[in-house]
Ligand binder design. Structure first.
Ligand SMILES: [Zn+2]
Length: 475
């Protein structure tokens, strides 16, 4: 009798907040329906042999930018395909109105359905969106976005305030196509989310914050531009130093404490940012860092040349990498994300300040955490699974479906070969992006299969079948 559509057999299951167990996983109708010591192969239509491998819950890549620099449908297709390579089965993508993305502004009641239409049927991973209210009208839409679309997380960019770097102008509104975008606007967003939160006591409504302080950036960037030093990635970090993160974190934390809203400190890049976010954290705040802030050093990248690794906040140094790894190991950092933003080499160019920020990394989520976190630094695999999957799932109202290997959860998982050692190339990541700042990094521990909703969607370096991801309402 076939009880299961898929059986994952003989693997070492990594169960967040619990530990590692040798067991088989039975999957039916897209969900995990059995975890048992020895499930006979004849009970399943298909068997995935996981002997000698680690089986981890599919990563929830909680910081993503589908469609920021190119067609949204194409980007969803190619970049979530890349997610499967790294074991990510859910992506939570940021969207805002203004320049890039759809290059327009307006109410989300008109624009968000356009976004959902563009991505529908094109994502290999399950997906949801965090939305940034750029206008007062959009702040007023927060209750409807929660109720009608199940969006439970929003975003504010501290560094857009009054300074448009792309245009080198003091008028950020050309970029945001919005209203006054200052701390007053941030306060209005927080107040509104806190108000809506009272209607949803069992859920976590949150505001994500990109913390860099724009008035300080203006001074440091001006200084660096006039210094006569090479305008490279080191200069970029000097123009947006950790002090700008510290101050922005302190400002945001003060407003969050006053309004009582839960916040997520995104992509902490420096020891100082981690310290400040830790010191100001409340029970409702969460801390995030990225793969690149854990792994890359601007001097190494400058020695190689190129601006492919320009990103906000900037890449720092080895000492900052280590401080952030310590935060991942001891749990001060709640989760690690890719901040994936597919950005082609032609949009980087060879001039620092006009180069577009951001790059992809979703395909490296588990490989980096496994290789650099577990094997090199001894972080237990359960902690790795919490940082990649369980913690973001809980913070963003996906727990119970995403984030663990337990009966009743969606059958989203990845099978990692702990001995597979490979040097990163842009091609193997199956992304649309034509370069990769991690190129040449040697990592050990790669997914050999990734299962989304009970279907083997990636195996031995190849994506199988069509996109099967669905939109995740989170309330
Ligand atoms: Zn981002």
């Amino acid at each position: 009798m076939q009880r299961y559509d898929l059986l994952v057999k003989g693997g070492r299951l990594v169960v967040p907040y619990h530990g590692e167990v040798h067991a088989d996983l039975g999957i039916a109708a897209g969900r995990i329906t059995a975890v048992a010591e020895d499930i006979p192969a004849r009970q399943a239509a298909e068997v995935l042999d996981a002997r000698g491998k680690a089986v981890l819950p599919g990563a929830v890549d909680a910081h993503f930018h589908i469609g920021i620099y190119r067609d949204m449908g194409l980007d969803a297709y190619e970049e979530t395909r890349s997610s499967l390579v790294g074991g990510a089965t859910t992506v939570l993508s940021y969207f805002r109105t203004g320049q890039h993305y759809l290059e327009k502004t307006g109410p989300y009641k008109e624009i968000f359905p356009e976004v959902l239409d563009a991505v529908a049927g094109r994502s290999f991973a399950d997906y949801g969106f965090h939305l940034a209210p750029m206008t007062v009208e959009q702040v007023e839409e927060i209750p409807a976005l929660v109720a009608e679309h199940g969006v439970t997380s929003f975003k504010y960019y501290m560094f857009y305030k009054g300074f448009d770097l792309a245009a080198n102008s003091r008028d950020a509104r050309a970029f945001t196509m919005g209203d006054e975008y200052d701390l007053g606007h941030l306060f209005l967003i927080m107040e509104k989310i806190a108000e809506v939160q009272t209607a949803h006591p069992g859920k976590r409504l949150s505001l994500s914050l990109h913390c860099e302080q724009s008035e300080l950036m203006r001074v440091f960037i001006d200084r660096v531009q006039r210094s006569g030093k090479p305008q490279n990635l080191r200069a970029y970090s000097e123009g947006r130093p950790p002090l700008t993160e510290q101050v922005a974190i302190a400002e945001a934390a003060a407003l969050a404490a006053h309004t009582g809203v839960d916040i997520n400190f995104l992509h902490l890049s420096s020891a100082e940012a981690l310290d400040k976010a830790t010191a100001s954290r409340t029970p409702g705040s969460r801390l995030e860092t990225t793969l690149h802030h854990l792994c890359l050093d601007h001097d190494d990248l400058d020695a190689r040349g190129g601006l492919g690794a320009k990103v906000n906040p900037p890449i720092r140094t080895r000492a900052h990498n280590e401080a952030l790894w310590a935060g991942v190991a001891d749990g001060r950092v709640d989760w690690v994300a890719s901040d994936h933003a597919c950005c082609m080499e032609e949009h980087k160019g060879d001039e620092l300040w006009p180069a577009r920020p951001g790059f992809g990394g979703t395909a490296l989520l588990y490989p980096v955490l496994f290789s650099e976190g577990h094997l090199r630094r001894g972080i237990p695999l359960t902690r790795i699974a919490e940082a990649a999957s369980a913690n973001p799932a809980r913070a963003y109202n996906l727990w119970g479906r995403k984030g663990s290997l337990a009966v009743g959860f969606d059958a989203d998982l990845t099978v990692v070969d702990p001995a597979a050692a490979r040097e990163v190339t842009a091609e193997m990541l199956l992304s649309g992006q034509d370069h990769c700042p991690f190129e040449g990094v040697r990592l050990t521990g790669w997914p050999v299969a990734t299962v989304v909703g009970g279907r083997v969607a990636f195996r031995d370096g190849e994506v199988l079948g069509e996109p099967g991801g669905s939109y995740l309402r989170r309330i």
